[in-house]
Design a protein around this ligand. Structure first.
Ligand code: ZN
Length: 102
């Protein structure tokens, strides 16, 4: 049965194992938002902040991944047409030289 939330507790329903209907979060209330109470981890502002941080981190990782792909593509372009023997002699310096020639 779904019970109403205690208005004086954290206004978040939490779900545990085999806890189909969930129950009210029992954490200590630390903040009021729009007249409702929340504990530290369910504070909507805290959640918003955490999401923003996570998004920023993903953005940074995406940028790093793109840079890596660009480098791989550049390396492939720079070594295109080389024989296996020539590839064995490819050094970062050679790739840099080939890239700056473009
Ligand atoms: Zn809570």
């Amino acid at each position: 049965m779904r019970r109403e939330l205690n208005p004086n507790g954290c206004q978040t329903r939490v779900y545990g194992n085999r806890d189909v209907f969930g129950h009210q979060c029992n954490n200590k209330v630390v903040v009021t938002r729009d007249g409702k109470f929340y504990c530290r981890i369910h504070d909507p502002e805290y959640i918003k902040q955490k999401d923003a941080t996570r998004r920023a981190k993903w953005g940074k990782e995406d940028a790093e991944r793109n840079t890596m792909w660009d480098l791989k593509r550049a390396r492939n372009d720079a070594t295109k047409g080389l024989t296996l023997e020539e590839l064995k002699r490819v050094t970062p310096d050679l790739i840099r030289k080939a890239l700056s020639a473009n």
